[in-house]
Write a protein of this length. Sequence first.
Length: 388
Amino acid sequence: MQIKNRSTVAGIFFGYFIMGLVDIVGISANYVKADFSLSDSVSSFLPLIAFISFAFLAVPSGMLMNRIGRKNSVLASFIITLIALLIPITGYTFPAMLTTFALVGIGNTVMQTSINPLLADVVPENKLTSSLTLGQFFRSVSSAIGPILVTTIMLLTGNWKNTFPIYAVITVIGILWLYKSPVTERNTDDTQKSSYLSILQLLKNRHILILFLALFAFVGIDVGLNVYVPDFLQTRCGLPLQQAGLGSSLYFTARIIGSLIGAVLLLRYRSENIYLYTMATGVIIFIIMMLFPQLYIALTSIFIIGLVCANVFSILLSLALQYRPDKANEISGLMIMAVSGGAIIPLLIGIINDLTGGSAGMYVLLICLLSLLASAIYLCKFKSLPKN
């Protein structure tokens, strides 16, 4: 299968850029927390609301994709995201922001469920992992720009919420681009009638279960760092919010670099091996960051952790999709359901931070990293998954 329409592929990659808009939840949660004088545990409900939809709507999104197709599902997700971005423009209240975060989460759930199988329709199978990694590169670019853009808008206009009209225009461009792009979708067995229960039964497979739990832990790490790196830099290193907020951009900038490196490495080496080495590095660096609170150590550690986390999502997802390509839609919905880790784990961090009065909740992320390392060891030990 060869790439027939580069404009179509580019339009899908632009969709990954729009996907990264969900990560504005991290820096936005810090500003909303300050604007409405919220506690850590209350403010942690913002990412909870944004990401909890992955737990309940990812599998139905896979079923919806069976009905209306992958491209139409992505377009629907763009429209939901656009509506979410328009709400803060009409009025800035706490209930309005809760609604915005909820709709961003719903849109992102449908988007992540459908855009990965859609990409698989337009790239060769032997380049899927590398292409998914490149898609994550564009998402990381968007994620990295978010905190910088919010800070810049805040300095220039005095109102961080002026970021939302810019993102709304970007989303409109994405809608028009993909709508005009021709896509021939690959037929799968998913066209047969499936139920929520039948999709969940895929977790009886040991490999799918391990990949699902690993993805749950990884997204918890990703969102947890995005939300709490600014708070960590404030409490441990004494930085003000506007400067500490750029810590999230540092993390995502590292992910951009790591995605580019990974797109090359994944063409040459087994993804399981890359996964193992990066997770072992991540565990060591995170321990160093927690033991030594100096600013330069914290910033260096955040950057390195961003590098090693850059390719985890695409590796786990591609291993799942390639394990059962005949169930691509259903497995995509199931795996994206694991993105709900981005709701649960930050909530745990916020509760622990409130109870301890510090940043002890960050140790939850260390536990998640250790679980990823354990899953990497398992996947390297059992080579029964297809080679990429």
